[in-house]
Design a protein around this ligand. Structure first.
Ligand code: B12
Ligand code: SF4
Length: 578
């Protein structure tokens, strides 16, 4: 963790050492709350809430509320806190949700309930939450960095009424100490109440039940297999926050977690997919292969999404294993097609000339890419969106996402732009505005960047672009087409969130050509299996497997499909910063 500023530098000195023995105070009822920011929503629960819940000493009770799935006004939340006799509230937020987080914290503190804040933003600018930067105070305490080991101490201090202001993961000598992940807790996914995170809209659940389709629930569950990334891209907070020393959980604990999740899916008529939230899931290729082999050997495959940088996806065996272990979509931070741009943000390990090969290698195994681009980099000029889209059209179908370069506090980018006097909104997080830049790029104006981003989203997810993408996989099994279509509609909602039922009907009407084509194909295949209602189901189950042309691949070709039919395509935001 890299702490900046005077306040941050003092943080380690004032923090309590991890060696302090926790004593037992009263039993507390604790609320962990994750704010939405009223604009963007997440499609997946936040891991930190479940992790901290599992790490809470057992004499306390922890309730979770995620504003993304359960939006509440500040006053509703205060009422919830009072009604449930909550004695401590923990709030975690990324930079873009921090303004809402502060507002909620203020309202809760106003009724006398202490608030602890944690997560990337308060770690980066702890003085802001504590009111030490001249602004108002929003939190009674802040947890800096990884809180796996400090959280139990915070809870016990709160129970004794001795909450301190700053908790940092330090050893007895005041040196930063990173959790090893060797004794990662069991998050009881098999028994947790995940109802608020079900992605199947209410209206569709009854239909699924009626037809006995096992899509009554669909959850995306976050799993971390390791932490840390050594690459240090200029705009990224990860190297600063988690450190460049990479730590992994044991394969056994990850496989066990997946088996428990799989067991839940099988026993609940539902589907569950996993999001490996590691920033670079294959940062140690040898270890990732070993993990994927263990997943396959244990029969723990679940459909999964992960984030892997393009340079690591050149390894054929790795990609075989990704496919065989259930990997469906890989998030790739391509950022730019311009090597000068990549060099300017310390990401020149990305080689645009290699992107096509990587995408084809994935597509051959029916694994596709979420390709993330950043506009507004210093070598960008007007027309960057059209140039990028022209290149994308040459590739196997991908789900592109576009954002602007954002200087997050405490990143090398923020510091450089600050030094260069280029920050136009140095505290952009206090006035969050989606897709609005906070500094002036060198080759374009801020409105030009916004226009490029809009052009890119509009033309990537138009009905014509979707029809082209479906056409490009015409020879693939139906499930892939369904999966692509649903994913494209879902991703379209990132930039163009549909408003209510009419909004959705409009999206369906616009894409009726692609929908009709797939339904027709589905129907043909279904009726092509006389007397067998399972005709389609059978294809869904086998269709997701990698093509059987992997030669002497050592991996077992078994996998299950998770087509996110009925997924609630809310306005999710995907990172464009990895
Ligand atoms: C998964 C993920 C997502 C998911 C959604 C989040 C989710 N539902 O989990 C998706 C892919 C949608 C996403 C989107 C975005 N993301 Co994101 N995402 C991540 C990622 C890879 C993993 C998060 C995670 O679960 N980590 C593991 C947990 C255990 O770590 P943690 O959350 O930090 O929690 C620990 C501590 O922070 C602390 N803690 C956290 N909260 C709290 C609260 C309390 C009370 C306490 C005591 C402690 C505490 O304790 C935890 C255990 O040690 C992180 C990078 C990373 N490795 O963390 C980026 C990251 C959080 N994302 C980031 C960004 C920028 C974004 C986007 C804005 C990108 C974009 N341009 O669109 C969007 C915004 C989403 C939105 N809705 O508005 C940045 C945030 C930087 C910042 N300063 O805010 C990160 C750090 C990545 C980066 N490159 O810098 N993201
Ligand atoms: S952007 Fe990705 S590769 Fe670069 S430092 Fe961040 S996590 Fe690592």
């Amino acid at each position: 963790m890299k702490l900046t500023g005077g306040m941050a530098a003092n943080a380690f000195q004032t923090a309590i050492p991890l060696t302090q023995a926790p004593g037992r105070g009263a039993s507390l009822k604790i609320l962990l709350y994750c704010p939405d920011n009223g604009v963007t929503r997440n499609f997946m629960p936040h891991l930190w809430m479940f992790l901290l819940q599992s790490l809470t000493p057992s004499n306390h009770e922890v309730l979770l509320v995620d504003g993304n799935t359960h939006p509440m006004s500040d006053q509703d939340l205060v009422r919830y806190v009072i009604d449930n006799q909550i004695a401590l509230v923990g709030i975690g937020a990324m930079t873009r949700m921090i303004a809402k987080a502060y507002r909620v914290a203020d309202a809760i503190r106003a009724v006398g309930v202490p608030v602890v804040m944690g997560g990337p933003h308060v770690t980066e600018v702890p003085g802001e939450a504590l009111g030490r930067d001249g602004g108002p105070r929003h939190a009674d305490a802040v947890a800096l960095g990884e809180a796996d080991e400090t959280w139990p101490l915070i809870v016990e201090d709160a129970a004794r009424g001795t909450l301190k202001e700053i908790y940092a993961p330090v050893d007895a000598l005041g040196q930063e100490h990173k959790p090893t992940l060797a004794d990662y807790p069991n998050i009881p996914w098999e028994s947790l109440d995940l109802d608020q995170f079900n992605r199947i809209p209410n209206a569709l659940r009854a239909v699924m039940r009626h037809f006995e389709w096992d899509w009554e629930t669909f959850h995306i569950i976050p799993i971390e297999s390791g932490r840390g990334c050594p690459y240090g891209c200029e705009f990224c907070t990860v190297t600063g926050f988690f450190g460049d020393s990479i730590r992994f959980r044991s394969n056994r604990s990850i496989v066990d977690e997946m088996l428990r999740i799989k067991g839940r899916a099988e026993s609940t008529q539902g589907k569950i997919a996993v999001f490996f939230v590691d920033d670079n899931f294959a940062i140690n290729v040898k270890r990732t292969k070993a993990l994927l082999r263990d997943i396959i050997a244990a029969g723990a495959q679940l459909s999964w999404v992960g984030q892997i940088s393009a340079n690591l996806l050149k390894d054929e065996e790795l990609v075989d294993l990704i496919a065989a272990s259930g990997g469906k979509w890989i998030f790739i931070g391509m950022e730019s097609l311009d090597p000068a741009n990549l060099a300017s943000v310390n990401k020149n390990f990305n080689k645009p000339a290699e992107y096509a090969g990587v995408l084809e290698r994935l597509a051959r195994r029916h694994v596709y890419a979420i390709a993330s681009f950043i506009f507004g980099l210093d070598n960008d000029s007007p027309g960057v969106a059209a140039r990028t889209l022209a290149q994308i059209r040459e590739w196997p179908p991908v789900l592109p996402v576009f954002g602007q370069i954002t200087p997050f506090p405490a990143t090398p980018l923020y510091e450089r732009l600050d030094r260069e006097g280029r920050l136009t909104r140095p505290k952009h997080w206090l006035e969050f505005a989606p897709f609005h830049m906070a500094h002036t790029p060198l080759g374009m104006t801020i409105p030009e960047v916004q226009a490029e981003i809009r052009y890119a989203w509009l033309n990537s997810y138009s009905a014509a672009a979707t029809a082209r993408a479906i056409e490009s996989i015409a020879d693939e099994p139906v499930p892939y087409k369904i999966s692509h279509l649903v994913a494209r509609i879902f991703f379209r909602g990132i930039y163009f969130p549909p408003k209510g039922i009419w909004g959705w009907l409009k999206v369906v009407a616009q894409n009726r050509g692609s929908i009709f084509r797939i339904v027709k194909e589905c129907f043909t295949k279904w009726s092509g299996a006389p007397g067998n209602r399972n005709g389609v189901r059978l294809e869904f189950e086998t269709g997701a497997c990698p093509r059987q042309d992997l030669g002497d691949s050592p991996v077992a070709l078994t996998c299950e499909t998770a087509i996110p039919v009925g997924i609630k395509p809310e306005a999710a935001e995907l990172t464009a910063t990895r």
